[in-house]
Design a protein. Sequence first.
Length: 165
Amino acid sequence: MSGKTHTGGCQCGAVRYRIEGETFLPHTCHCRMCQKASGNYFMALASVDKADFIVTRGTISWFRSSGPSRRGFCANCGTPLVYEQLTRANTNVALGSLDDPLGIRPAYQFGAESRIPFLCEILSIPATVSMDDPEEDGVKLAEVASTNRQHPDHDTDAWPVEKST
């Protein structure tokens, strides 16, 4: 559990939020629905009371993923932000959308029936740091980094953030 205040938002900065209460049940979900919603092998989430989850900029868009559930995302950039069951008093925040994703560590796993069998092997594959690979498919990574439009990992007074020249 974490009682610390957490902030986060989408990749483009159109939606920002703050968590002011305890988070609980930090987990990864491997179910097929979470795989599709995140576009990945699993989704990392933590629960928080809905009253403690405050949208501070923009509006979350919703997709009704099942009868009792919906998933919140940024309509501008597509970042998954939350998952919730409508009748529950809590929402589940996507941990990758936190400004400090290291601030909440998953302690549980759900949806094991859909867990990708080679998932634990991935971390043993040789790895490089992003900028150690100077070109990817003809695009120089320095150009990608210098034209990055991703919102910074902290709250800003204005959106979009204008870079000074």
